[in-house]
Design a binder for this molecule. Structure first.
Ligand SMILES: [Zn+2]
Length: 266
């Protein structure tokens, strides 16, 4: 029954767009398909940027996996393509935890700059950078500013968890944290088998109080934005509700920026 439904769905999409046969992933397209699509049919590319870093009882690739899931959603809704992820980012205070390592801010900035230039040279007008990791933000913005000045590219750099912080309040009535209930809930949706509640203890979380003290390494891999808030909650219904709302808010923000760029002819 399922395969019948899927087949019918595909036929419907093919009939309505005449173009459903192409993947949205640049990794999966050949040069002829890219040439046909960009820029004639598609002007927007989504680029996830993350890192490899310890995340409580979630996977070390959390900061890649969540933006990649958002890229899938946004590319579908806003008719874009998806560039290969920049999976290594700038790590700071969790470097001592196993499997955690990063690259320098200078290297990320140079890498992002060349990727943006490459996309722009291929006719991409709108580069939407879905950042999954805080310390990447400044180098990504520096790269975006430089490339914006040098090319015709329009570039949006957005931190998904900050842009949707109000959704955490809406679902749980509290703030989240690094690998806190919000990020954990996103992972429960996008990589459910990689979240291990059986390993969780509340002692694995510590409130950030960065005006007063900083520790290297940070004493736990879960960092809470507010004392007493953000501890993990493995409620599946809330996780699903949260991530649906995150997708909605991201779509609203990104869609608005693209629409205004286009309306303004910028
Ligand atoms: Zn993270």
């Amino acid at each position: 029954m399922r395969s019948v439904t899927l087949t019918l769905g595909l036929v419907t999409v093919l009939a309505s767009t005449g173009f459903a046969q192409h993947s949205r992933h640049l990794n999966e397209l050949n040069w002829m398909e890219v040439e046909e699509l960009v820029p004639a049919r598609i002007q927007t590319v989504f680029l996830a940027v993350g890192t490899v870093e310890a995340h409580g009882v979630g996977p070390n690739g959390a900061d890649n996996l969540v933006p990649e899931a958002l890229a899938e959603h946004l590319a579908e809704e806003l008719d874009g393509l998806i560039a290969p992820t920049i999976s290594y980012g700038v790590n700071t205070h969790l470097d001592e935890y196993a499997g955690t390592f990063g690259i320098t801010a200078e290297l990320l900035e140079a890498l992002a700059k060349q990727v943006f230039v490459g996309l722009s040279k291929n006719g991409v007008s709108n580069i939407i950078v879905l950042n999954g990791h805080g310390p990447n933000f400044e180098p990504l913005n520096s790269a975006a500013l430089e490339v914006f000045r040098e090319t015709d590219a329009r570039i949006l750099v957005i931190n998904w968890w900050s842009a949707t912080a109000d959704v955490v309040e809406e679902v749980w009535g509290e703030q989240g944290g690094h690998a806190g209930l919000n990020e954990n809930a996103a992972l429960m949706v996008v990589a459910p088998d990689a979240v291990h509640p059986e390993r969780y203890r509340a002692e694995q979380a510590t409130p950030y109080n960065t005006d007063v003290w900083r520790a290297y390494p940070f004493p736990t891999t879960i960092g809470l934005y507010a004392p007493g808030e953000g501890y993990l909650d493995f409620d599946r219904e809330k996780a699903e509700r949260y991530f649906e709302r995150v997708k909605e808010e991201m779509l609203a923000i990104v869609g608005d920026v693209i629409a205004k760029w286009e309306a303004g002819g910028r």
